[in-house]
Design a protein around this ligand. Sequence first.
Ligand SMILES: C[S@@+](CC[C@H](N)C(=O)[O-])C[C@H]1O[C@@H](n2cnc3c(N)ncnc32)[C@H](O)[C@@H]1O
Length: 288
Amino acid sequence: MDEQDVYISMDKPDLYNLGCAPLTVLAAKQVDELWSVLTWPRQPLPVLDVGCGPGDVARKVLAPRLPPGTKLVACDISPEMLEFCRQHNALPGTITYEQLDVVQPDLENSAVWQYAPFGKVFCLLLLHWVPDNRRAVQNIHKLLVPGGEVVFSVIANMVFYTAFEEMAKDSRWARYMQDVEQFVSPYQHSEDPVSDFRRLLQSEGYQVLHCDVAPQVLFFPSEMQRRDFIKSVCPFLNRVPEDQKNNFLDDWIQRSEKLNGLSKDVGSSEKPKYYTHFNIMVAVARKL
Ligand SMILES: C[S@@+](CC[C@H](N)C(=O)[O-])C[C@H]1O[C@@H](n2cnc3c(N)ncnc32)[C@H](O)[C@@H]1O
């Protein structure tokens, strides 16, 4: 398995975008709740959205809330995501989309570096994709101006990951999942993710202004929509042969249902509702 495999994690922007509306709503709610913790100088520096995915959060959540005239640089590791951003979420004069691997060692040679220092960084739903969280927070620290602030949201734990760990031991799937721990949130087995993340940030030169973890539920109007979304965030699917992809997905979904991470509410209405459950950690930190 070469390094490239690790980075093809989210290369289905169309599918992800079809299902990501609930995550955009969640991001808007989180950003609104934390907005008062942030400070905005009179001449705002550029703002960075790192791991921007299809660009919905950049265009629909961040851009409308920023002080007028603020430049927003949105970046992602995935060329497919960036192409989708430029086609569907362009905002000329405000947003620039650039490629960045948040853990890349030669940060100074990246396209994003030319816009630094940033006054704010939004790092939403990214760090559970990144095994080396220390390197990521170090790079974000380098990109920020002293006193600049960063907002993180991270999936702390989720039964999807437990299901992956089970499947990695199943002889049908083991050969595709030897590096399963690279795709499990670094906080999945932590007894106290908030303390772990706080300690990491403090040791890398941040003052932690806020950090908590809370259960979240995402609602999908149909089973198909939930399945497509799940498909778009499944890092192993590209490795599974075409004729086994559906079995792989079914197995992942059934295991997640058994572990109570996916649920269906038939309720009183005709149409059942489909839910996905996880714990999400949210933090705000300032560069010292
Ligand atoms: C779940 S999406 C989050 C999108 C958006 N931030 C949101 O909140 O809706 C995670 C994104 O992180 C990107 N990503 C994964 N690893 C990355 C890395 N090392 N550097 C930058 N982006 C990365 C993926 O390509 C994907 O687009």
